[in-house]
Design a protein around this ligand. Sequence first.
Ligand code: NAP
Length: 324
Amino acid sequence: MPENELYDLIIVGGGPGGLSAGIYAMRAALKTVLIESAAPGGQVILSDEVENYPGFEHISGAELSQKFLQHAKAYGLEVLSQEVTAIAPGLDLHTVTLADGRRLAAHAVIIATGGSPRKLKVPGEDTYYGKGVSYCAVCDGFFFRNKTVVVVGGGDSAAEESLYLAKLAKQVYIAHRRDALRAGMLLQQRIQAECKIEVLWNTVLTEIRANAEGVRAVGLKDTQTGAERELATDGVFIFVGFDPNNRLVPQGTRMNIDGYVETDDKCATNTPGIYVIGDLRAKYARQIVVAAADGCTAALAAAHYVETRKAADQVCELPQDFLS
Ligand code: NAP
């Protein structure tokens, strides 16, 4: 790719949303590049099993991601393995800067950078990360075969990952701060039916304690009585939601109080030509199928936007400052 190349569309982020956008953009004949710093697939790669993506009753996250990638590449999507350091909106063209210093220009940009696991912010969490503290059961569960683990959280992630861990571990405790799980009903039923899982209701984790070999116990507190106790464990898996990766979202873009980007029904932000899709977008459901749908919507909207701009002949050359 030559330096300072001009694209119709740049997609930042290679999860289900970004790759779906890539498929639709290529089918709409947009000159498109997708930029992803990690392995394409996004958070889904970390899922042991995906059971709610239509057409696949059971598929691993890694395999589904691979299928998205293959599908997009079959249409000739250019995929660039690079870190994006900045996205600067322009009046004519938007500029995307890469970690290696290159700058790419595009009529439209789709930001699909998703979110990252939220920290619990308790003593020991950072210190013992990788030494018994984990945010990914599929990645680290193997190390806890026939051992005891504590899972923190009550949502879909905590429930799914607990069920995965129950296949390996001797005992799984779910510490949940309330008296009811947030996870979907089917997952709740499976949790109840799994004899290796015990839910510790109204319980928060206050501290992670370790010795030279790694995590050995957690401090727990009953949210109703205030009683504190220690529970022996070999590992702690934290699934308390995630935070939107909004670092690259240009200043002035409308976001909600939690840092998710507000868009219209075309996934367009308040900056013309900049779209946000997937888990970074403010919306009701954060699911693979929704991210994929966002990708479709944004790519079709971007195609219309780019065609309209080109037809109006408002932009035909790289601006002088871009080439400098
Ligand atoms: P989530 O739905 O936001 O759940 C986070 C859980 O952590 C909640 O139970 C919450 O408790 C608890 N929590 C949050 N902060 C806490 C703290 N400081 N201390 C203790 N507990 C805390 O997050 P998620 O499970 O990661 O799911 C994120 C999104 O992805 C959701 O929309 C979910 O439906 C979706 N998802 C879907 C699937 C699937 O469909 N296969 C799989 C994974 C995730 P409260 O309940 O009291 O708020």
